[in-house]
Unconditional design. Structure first.
Length: 244
């Protein structure tokens, strides 16, 4: 009973329908295949409390903490039609409208932070910049007026035995700026690919980094197996010869 109540509270309650002419900011940095699968099959119903559910719990707690707290606005929805009949959409976790800072909550490991700081095209960089793009358009602000930060809840922080230092499990990570022109170009390119594959009823190329891990001596694509809600629909995941 308790599990069912938690699952219900942390499950996505928005529009689950497929073939919607929109891309969410959280998808913009993903491989086109991931975006296409979600677009084709809609948002999948959640049946188990998983990593995404744990992240949703953090969101619920933070929303409660910042409820009616100036100068913050929590869980604000934005959208902008970049291409005719196609929208970029996003729900911003926390917006400090006095200091013009966008925050996005992430429950992650130190390894992910290291990748985020090293990779200029990391999906989180695109996501935060897409949020910034939406806010600045909506509020008629100049490009670059809004700063971006990830509020990271770090799962493997704490006492570091090697350094003897207690590491904070909550950190603010600033995100670099991506030009609006590049955001629009990426959005348009994704839309064109989606249109092509819709028309031909084919699939985009397989995702690039599948996060292979050896389990009992056999390589397993953890990104597909653990983190993708669409692996049962994905032709590459079903075809084991492509993955192994």
């Amino acid at each position: 009973m308790i599990k069912d109540i938690i699952l219900k509270a942390t499950t996505y309650s928005g529009n689950h329908k497929p073939n919607r002419n929109e891309i969410s900011a959280s998808e913009l940095g993903n491989d086109v295949l991931q975006i296409y699968l979600r677009n084709k099959f809609g948002v999948q119903e959640t049946t188990e409390f998983d990593q995404a559910g744990f992240g949703s719990l953090i969101h619920l707690a933070m929303e409660k903490i910042f409820e009616n707290t100036d100068p913050f606005k929590a869980e604000e929805n934005y959208e902008w039609e970049i291409v005719k009949d196609w929208k970029l959409t996003g729900t911003i976790d926390l917006y400090d409208y006095q200091n013009q800072v966008i925050y996005d909550y992430k429950v992650i490991k130190k390894y992910t932070i290291d990748k985020l700081l090293k990779e200029p095209n990391h999906q989180y960089v695109w996501q935060l910049n897409a949020y910034r793009y939406l806010v600045e358009h909506d509020r008629l602000l100049e490009e670059g007026s809004v700063d971006m930060k990830i509020l990271a809840f770090i799962k493997d922080a704490g006492f570091n035995i090697k350094t003897g230092v207690m590491e904070s499990t909550l950190q603010e990570i600033p995100i670099r700026h991506i030009d609006n022109k590049l955001i629009e170009e990426r959005f348009k390119k994704i839309i064109e690919e989606i249109k092509i594959h819709r028309k031909s009823d084919t699939y985009p190329p397989q995702c690039k980094d599948l996060w292979f891990r050896k389990i009992k001596g056999e390589p397993v694509p953890m990104r597909c197996k653990v983190y993708c809600s669409y692996n049962e629909f994905c032709p590459y995941y079903k075809n084991k010869s492509i993955l192994f």
